[in-house]
Design a protein around this ligand. Structure first.
Ligand code: GDP
Ligand code: MG
Length: 370
């Protein structure tokens, strides 16, 4: 699953990637920043920097890779997972809030909405869309850096009374780098100063040509204040999702990604996870990063108890023995013993890594003073 690039290796050793590339050249190896390095190259390069390398292609990682292969006939459609990105104040939070609150069915209206980092809504047509409510693109980038590809579709929100801004461009770049389809939401259309054509023009200048102008990007004028255009935006998300033919197997042990986790007074460690394939059930033994535990309880974003969670469903779960990091993968294990073993191996590895990094920094500082 994981692979190590020159860039990753540099980060692990706490040196600049240019130094790594320079050393490679001295050794007669020509590598680029993002090039995948094989085990031999990693060993040689690390040795040049005074590191010894231990390869932990643990059986569990391999098992995860193997079990993720699915038979076509076991697969069913799953809901798209959507992230909203864009410049500050262009309306990401407002849009997420509007969608969450507008798509509350009568029975659940009383529930208290808590912030859980992800939620699912039903559209007017009765279909489900899952939103990741990560605080800006930093979390998205952090998750991607950890190898987590969770988002199927990215909505780029641009305020129609403003312009394409630096963070708009950054968000577009991130989405493109992740290979996620983009839908443009031209927000604040209710405002007197709104000029969506000006924004379309600016987008066109950066090669994001919207469908109305003959391009390939869907766009939708919306107002997170009045709700105008939001049902159409969701329909466009579903249309984009259909093209992706998103599928998963609900009849297997759950595998997914940690969205966020923290220690809650009284409840213990609480992790918001997104089930990506399989079905997560109460009592399952979960391995998440360097933590594990038996699922004691699961709730949705309104705090309602859940007994199980299928593909594309975000849940808050209780029962882990610590807080895994955002972007860590989780998987349901056969036995608690196995989960405990792998979790403690990973924790050990993390400790060693941080020790090594610290040691290197210290040496570096001494060197500089000399
Ligand atoms: P974020 O930084 O992208 O999350 O933006 P926010 O959702 O916090 O919105 C920034 C400001 O714009 C807030 O004062 C919102 O009330 C306002 N706002 C967001 N969307 C709309 C909209 O569609 N119409 C109007 N009139 N104001 C909006
Ligand atoms: Mg916000």
């Amino acid at each position: 699953t994981e692979f190590v690039s020159a860039n990753d290796l540099a980060a692990l050793m706490n040196v600049s990637v240019n130094e790594v590339i320079k050393v490679c050249m001295q050794l007669g190896m020509f590598v680029s920043i993002n090039q995948r390095l094989d085990a031999e190259a990693i060993t040689i390069i690390a040795d040049e920097f005074g590191y010894s390398v231990e390869f932990i292609t643990s059986e569990d990682e391999q098992a995860l890779e193997v079990t993720i292969e699915e038979n076509e006939e076991d697969l069913v459609d799953r809901a798209p997972i959507v992230t909203i990105m864009g410049h500050v104040d262009h309306g990401k939070t407002s849009l997420l809030d509007y969608i969450r609150n507008a798509n509350v069915t009568a029975g659940e209206a009383g529930g208290i909405t808590q912030h859980i980092g992800a939620y699912s809504v039903k559209t007017e047509g009765g279909r489900t869309v899952t939103f990741l409510d990560t605080p800006g693109h930093e979390a998205f980038t952090a998750m991607r850096a950890r190898g987590a590809k969770v988002t199927d579709v990215v909505i780029i929100v641009v305020a129609a009374d403003d312009s394409v801004m630096p963070q708009t461009k950054e968000a577009i770049n991130h989405a493109q780098a992740a290979g996620s389809p983009i839908i443009i939401a031209l927000n604040k259309i209710d405002k007197p100063g709104a000029n969506p054509d000006k924004v379309r023009e600016e987008l066109a200048q950066m090669n994001i040509l919207v469908e109305e102008w003959g391009g390939k990007y869907q766009s939708q004028e919306v107002s997170a204040k009045t709700g105008a255009g939001i049902p159409d935006l969701l329909e466009k998300v579903l249309l984009e999702a259909e093209l992706l033919e998103l599928k998963a197997n609900p009849d297997r042990k759950a595998v997914g990604t940690v969205i966020e986790a923290s220690l809650d007074k009284g409840r213990g460690y609480v992790a918001t996870v997104l089930v990506q394939t399989g079905t997560l059930k109460i009592g399952d033994v979960v391995l998440a990063g360097s933590h594990y535990g038996r699922v004691k309880a699961m709730t949705d974003h309104r705090g309602r108890k859940m007994k199980e969670a299928g593909p594309s469903t975000p849940v808050q779960l209780l029962g882990l023995d610590g807080a895994p990091q955002a972007g860590d993968k989780f998987q349901v294990m056969e036995s608690e013993r196995e989960a405990r073993e792998i979790a403690s191996n990973r924790a050990q590895l993390q400790r060693e890594q941080s020790l090594r990094t610290r040691k290197h920094i210290t040496l570096d500082e001494i060197g500089r003073r000399l």
